[in-house]
Ligand binder design. Structure first.
Ligand code: NCD
Length: 330
């Protein structure tokens, strides 16, 4: 869907902040203050039991209602927002997009106004349109918060936070870290949000590793090194993150390798990991395509922190929900 073009030019980072510097909405990690990111990561830790597992419950959201509006497929993000809300004592409404009135031509704002009239306090939105979360944030009533759960190829801030938390648990010294993100960088909101967060936390070196047809084209990622061969990209890396090829966002297949070629050149496996640091960790946001971007035995092996990312995703979403709810009027 096309959002109001005005929304695309505005500064989403300012729009998401309250006058006191706390978050009213979470739209992007781009430009978000380092102290605020660290506060959210620390809060997320507090929702994990000491051994790093879930759940720790609280009543921080008792009496609040969360609406999950996912206009694009999702397993992990939607399930974790749902559980995060329930574990904080909120009522959670999961809108079924296939039977929602948006399918009958209702505008997204009319859907939003309908939920406002039912006193939904926090709207969690995933949409294929760039600018949609900011557009909604600009149009909701004062009492509503909007959380971006995946916006086109632009931004996925809670994924970025869970990736930062997972990295911090294993390698807290960001300034001395080499992080390699491998795969379809150009079409990935996960890569963009991870890059913004890593930049703010002062990562030593970020490498974006991909075939030329999937390399980033945006200037805002120019602080990172673009690398076009896997072995160079992995050399001495501490953290390696594999990404899915985002075929749903690729119109022109020119230069896009076949599945077999892709695995041979960019698929990560224990054998290819010999170029990275001996104790390097492996991440993936899911959904995974085993045998394409990652070998199944590496995904299940000792280096993999993929299931820990999922656990951390619930804790991060609990932290973000509790943060925006803290300043809400009774
Ligand atoms: C990602 C997404 O939707 O952007 N998944 C997720 O949220 N965990 C990555 C993907 O779809 O490949």
């Amino acid at each position: 869907m096309n959002a109001n073009p005005e929304s695309l030019s505005s500064n989403d980072c300012e729009l998401q902040l309250r006058a006191d510097g706390s978050l009213r909405h979470l739209l992007t990690l781009k430009g978000l203050d380092k102290a605020l990111i660290i506060e959210l990561l620390d809060d997320a830790e507090s929702y994990l039991s000491p051994d790093g597992t879930l759940p720790v419950r609280s009543d921080a959201l008792a009496g609040r209602t969360i609406g999950n509006l996912f206009f694009e497929p999702s397993t992990r993000t939607r399930a974790s927002f749902d559980l995060a809300g329930r574990r904080l004592g909120a009522d959670v409404l999961n809108l079924d997009v296939n039977t929602s009135s948006r399918k009958k031509g209702e505008s997204i704002l009319d859907t939003i106004y309908t939920l406002e009239a039912m006193a939904v306090d926090i709207m969690v939105v995933r949409d294929a349109g760039a600018g949609v979360p900011a557009y909604i944030a600009r149009n909701v009533k004062e009492f509503v918060s909007v959380l971006n759960a995946g916006e086109a190829d632009v931004s996925h801030p809670t994924q970025g936070l869970l990736d930062l938390l997972t990295i911090r648990q294993h390698r807290p010294d960001f300034e001395n870290l080499v992080v390699a993100i491998v795969g379809d960088i150009q079409h990935s909101r996960v890569a963009r949000s991870a890059a913004h967060g890593l930049q703010t936390l002062g990562v030593g070196e970020l490498r974006l590793v991909s075939p030329p047809a999937m390399a980033p084209v945006d200037a805002e990622l120019s602080f990172a090194r673009t690398v076009s061969t896997l072995d160079d990209g992995l050399r001495d890396a501490d953290v390696v993150m594999a990404l899915r090829i985002q075929r749903e966002r690729i119109d022109d297949l020119d230069g896009i390798p076949s599945v077999g070629e892709y695995f041979a050149d960019f698929g990560i496996s224990e054998d290819r990991m010999r170029h990275a640091k001996p104790d390097a960790i492996v991440m993936h946001p899911g959904p995974m395509n085993r045998g394409i971007e990652i070998d199944g035995s590496l995904a299940d092996g000792w280096r993999s922190v993929i299931t820990q990312q999922v656990t951390n995703g619930v804790a991060v979403r609990m932290a973000v929900l509790a943060h925006v709810a803290r300043a809400m009027q009774k």
